[in-house]
Design a protein around this ligand. Structure first.
Ligand code: SF4
Ligand code: SF4
Length: 285
């Protein structure tokens, strides 16, 4: 692939993942050492000044278990819900610290095997398992009467463990959940994100009719399957599955496609073609 890395959307996604990861590293240090509290929390309940963001799954679970409607929680959930409704599951691919750590895992694997860096499918399950993960999460929450995901949410765990280390120099046993997710990632790329993350499932549901979609044009497809090789969720954009509910808009397939068969679209209008991809055909000739 001739396209310079900085011209690929993946480059900007890496910048985004790195920025959001370092935010949860730097933030407890700023609070602990300098008392700067402008930004607080991690990717579960996050505050920038007076602007609150609440993860929708934890918010829904809290409402279900407390049987009370908290206006602050509802308002805090609005931003991620609107974002997912318009852009899809982009929290997972552009923000989540588990994605950041998984990308690092891929880089390490890539040192040993280029093929395994892009695709690893040693354990595969039907894609609909993701919906069962969400249903099971809600059922267990109702049975135990406690918002379960508040305790075990992997993106939140990363932030909470960093905070605990900075403040108290301790790491808790729950970090094992993150390590298991990364170990599963060695067997199947994004195994947890593909099949088991209830938050990912909920965001995918919100984004079912999202505006931002990678549209597939079979008339321009040369059937090279480069997109399939790059898709971390094994979605098969080469048959149009990037338009479906499971796609998290990472644009890896778009970067890999040597033709204009995959277009970034807003609604039905193909108006959002990134400038950085304009010369893609030239780069492949
Ligand atoms: S179909 Fe494309 S944008 Fe969607 S998850 Fe796969 S590689 Fe990412
Ligand atoms: S990379 Fe592009 S041309 Fe190749 S199979 Fe996928 S959509 Fe078709």
């Amino acid at each position: 692939m001739n396209k310079p890395f900085y011209k690929r959307i993946t480059f900007y996604r890496y910048i985004s993942l790195t920025f959001f990861f370092f935010l949860i590293v730097i933030n407890p240090i700023l609070i602990y050492k300098y008392g700067i509290t402008f930004i607080q929390g991690w990717y579960q309940s996050f505050a920038v000044g007076n602007f609150f963001i609440v993860s929708p799954l934890e918010g829904i679970e809290s409402i279900l278990t407390s049987k009370s409607i908290y206006l602050t929680a509802i308002i805090g959930m609005l931003f991620p819900i609107i974002l997912a409704s318009l852009l899809g599951r982009v929290f997972c691919s552009w923000v989540c610290p588990i994605s950041f750590l998984s990308e690092l895992t891929d880089k390490i694997i890539g040192i040993f095997s280029k093929k395994l860096k892009y695709q690893r499918n040693f354990i595969t399950l039907p894609k609909y398992i993701l919906w069962f993960a969400l249903i099971a999460e809600i059922i267990f929450t109702l049975i135990i009467g406690y918002p379960l995901f508040v305790w075990w949410s992997p993106p939140a765990l990363v932030g909470r463990e960093i905070m605990l280390y900075v403040f108290y120099k301790i790491i808790t046993i729950e970090i094992g959940i993150v390590l298991i997710i990364l170990l599963l990632n060695l067997l199947t790329k994004r195994f947890f994100c593909r099949y088991l993350c209830p938050l990912g499932a909920l965001l995918a549901l919100f984004g079912k009719n999202r505006k931002l979609v990678i549209e597939y044009d079979s008339t321009k497809c040369i059937n090279c399957k480069l997109c399939d090789q790059r898709c971390p969720l094994d979605i098969k954009p080469s048959i149009g599955n990037s338009e479906g509910i499971h796609c998290w808009n990472c644009f890896e397939c778009k970067d890999a496609c040597p033709t204009e068969a995959l277009k970034i679209t807003w609604g039905k209008d193909k108006v959002l073609e990134f400038k950085i991809n304009k010369n893609i055909s030239k780069n492949y000739n």
